[in-house]
Design a protein. Structure first.
Length: 657
């Protein structure tokens, strides 16, 4: 082993000495490779060269502000480019050998400065021009698939990504298989860049510009293919575009001036891939693309497309936001909204797709605002278009609707923007109202049963109480109904008879015993230490304490806290709402001299008294005593209205018994 090549440089080594040493190392490697006499010695020489270059790039990571190292890095890259483009290097064997190591090494130096990245990119271009495209495809995939932690930054990946378009269009055999093998590596690298990047700046914009160039090259290859390969590569291109759209939306600030040019370019691919806004927002086009490009047994490939459902929704939202983007996609937004407004099933599919936007943690708030606004725009269906299909079986859509409503709940509870929360709550109510009665009840029951937010469960119970009120207002007074009519109307009194089941879910949980109040407090926000944050929280409390059970209002509470915040009074919201709902039904049935819900039957009253109300009274009494002893004003604030309504319910039941 040559001691000259193994003596690693120090940060104080002069640029001239480093470049001179690099020149001699390159010459030595070239001679050994050209002679081909000692393969092991030529491999060792190349390994020493890479070790020498990597030590320089590692020094820059340790000292990023060292200008001498930046100058040395630039001169090193310039010398490498000069060497591989020199007419004296006419042996293909030399270029091929260097191509296995120098593109990755050059990419490490690209992290040093913009001018270093420019030269590094030209080095990669030289190798893609001179080497076999199949070999370069493997080399580039290996380079972007296994960077060191210190180099997982956009500037490392940029020169390597720039080599893929030229390689793709240069491959002449088995194009689809070659591109299909490279796409997962590219997408996984892009996702790592987005999720690891702290600053959403021009570096990511350049990365996604290169990703768009890769898509352009895939489209060019599609034009050269025919038959099944053309169909499969077009489908693969469509999936690639959807994934890129999702990743770009996570990584680039959601401002029209910065994001729109990229989205415009991506939208131009939709027609080439046979995609429409209707197919995207319903998810049918996504499933079609997966079926064509991946087929059966493509789990590895499917893994890199984890965000395509999100990307499909985002492309439609961008078209909704910008007419220019919709035009580029060849879409008619008016026709799209008419189609969704006129079909309940298509509307539900669209809502199921939009949940991906609402649940994604990495998307900006503005994009979620536009998603909620789009959802509202398609939910306002014309009355003449509302189907009269209460007897249809829609149970297969329940999982989709439940998950969509849960996504909207997340926005209602945790969004920091007041208008967004209000619009999200409006969308929540519209989507519930869009469901047939029996399905709506099943959904509310599932949300209440699976909910872990006391205040949100309270809102759901209030929705049930409103259904009971509306149903009651449509029913004629008992004095004006004959016995036969009363018996025939039992089946139409749906909410009154079903609401008691939901009351029991809260007041007597399936596990038995009274509700465990303290464990249901809502964690509103987790702040960083020593930081104050304004927290706007949608909560529900009854007007005038709890005496007017027909009127409830929503308002926002603003407070400043640090660390994790628990509002003790929120712990009791679901119990308070359940008690109010039970009291409302009791009063409605007793004053109307009816018993449609069965709430006035002796068995029902005894059960409520012994299994719901008395155990809860014991719990509340104990908690009130503890709160007074501890001077816990927040706990007392939450318990006081619960105590008032609880005792009123007990009085009513005992009177009726």
């Amino acid at each position: 082993m040559d001691p000259e090549t193994t003596d690693l440089p120090t940060p104080c080594t002069s640029s001239a000495a480093v470049v001179d040493r690099l020149r001699r190392s390159l010459s030595s490697c070239s001679q050994l490779i050209q002679t081909g006499v000692d393969f092991r010695k030529s491999e060792q020489s190349l390994s020493d060269l890479v070790l020498f270059l990597n030590s320089i790039s590692d020094s820059f990571v340790r000292e990023p502000e060292n200008q001498d190292l930046e100058n040395a890095s630039f001169q090193i890259l310039t010398e490498i480019r000069l060497f591989i483009t020199s007419s004296s290097v006419d042996q293909q064997a030399v270029i091929d050998a260097l191509s296995f190591e120098l593109p990755k090494t050059a990419a490490r130096f690209a992290c040093v400065s913009p001018r270093c990245m420019e030269v590094a990119q030209s080095i990669v271009d030289c190798f893609t021009d001179k080497c076999s495209p199949r070999d370069m495809l493997s080399i580039l995939c290996e380079a972007i698939g296994s960077p060191r932690d210190a180099f997982t930054v956009p500037s490392y990946f940029a020169p390597l990504l720039s080599g893929f378009p030229k390689v793709f269009v240069s491959i002449r055999r088995r194009q689809f298989e070659q591109v299909k093998a490279a796409v997962p590596v590219i997408l996984n690298a892009l996702k790592a860049i987005v999720l690891d990047s702290d600053d959403k700046d021009a570096d990511l914009g350049d990365i996604f510009h290169k990703a768009n160039c890769i898509a352009d090259s895939m489209k060019a290859v599609c034009l050269e293919l025919e038959g099944k390969d053309n169909e499969k590569l077009c489908a693969l291109l469509g999936l690639f575009v959807l994934q890129i759209t999702a990743l770009a939306s996570m990584g680039i600030e959601y401002r029209l001036a910065h994001s729109s040019p990229l989205v415009l370019k991506l939208s131009h691919f939709l027609q080439s891939c046979g995609l429409s806004y209707l197919g995207l927002i319903m998810g049918t086009d996504v499933e079609k693309l997966l079926g064509i490009a991946v087929g059966d047994g493509g789990d590895d490939l499917v893994g890199c497309f984890s965000d395509i459902w999100l990307g499909a929704s985002i492309l439609v939202i961008w078209g909704y936001k910008s007419n220019e983007v919709a035009l580029a996609a060849g879409a008619d937004l008016v026709a799209l909204k008419d189609e969704l407004q006129s079909s309940r099933i298509k509307r539900w599919h669209a809502v199921g797709m939009l949940k991906h936007v609402l649940l994604c943690l990495y998307l900006p708030l503005e994009l979620k605002k536009d998603a909620i606004n789009f959802l509202l725009s398609i939910m306002y269906a014309k009355l003449s278009q509302m189907p009269n299909d209460e007897n249809e079986d829609y149970s297969t859509y329940m999982p989709t609707l439940c998950s969509a409503l849960q996504a909207i709940q997340v926005v209602i509870m945790y969004a920091t923007d007041v208008i967004l929360r209000k619009n999200a709550f409006a969308a929540f109510k519209e989507l519930l109202a869009d469901c047939p009665t029996s399905l709506r009840f099943d959904i509310l029951r599932a949300l209440i049963k699976d909910g872990d937010s006391s205040s949100m469960i309270a809102v759901l119970l209030d929705c049930v109480r409103e259904e009971v009120r509306l149903e009651s207002s449509k029913s004629p007074p008992a004095s004006k109904v004959s016995k036969a009519e009363s018996e025939g109307s039992q089946g139409t009194i749906f909410w009154s008879s079903s609401a008691l089941e939901l009351v029991e879910l809260v007041l007597r949980p399936p596990g038995g015993g009274p509700p465990s109040l303290p464990e249901h407090s809502d964690a509103v926000l987790q702040n960083r230490p020593n930081q104050s944050t304004n927290i706007h929280w949608l909560i529900m409390l009854p007007s005038n304490s709890v005496h007017k059970v027909h009127d409830q209002k929503y308002f926002y509470a603003t407070c400043q806290k640090s660390d994790q915040i628990h509002f003790s009074c929120f712990s009791f919201m679901q119990v308070l709402s359940a008690l109010n709902l039970y009291r409302f039904i009791l009063i409605k049935e007793s004053t109307g001299k009816s018993n449609n819900s069965g709430v006035l039957s002796r068995d029902s009253l005894v059960k409520a008294h012994s299994e719901w109300l008395l155990p809860l009274r014991t719990l509340v009494t104990r908690m009130m005593a503890e709160a007074q002893c501890d001077s816990d004003e927040l706990a007392l604030c939450g318990l006081n209205p619960v105590e008032v309504v609880l005792y009123r319910c007990i009085e009513l039941v005992e009177q009726l018994l």
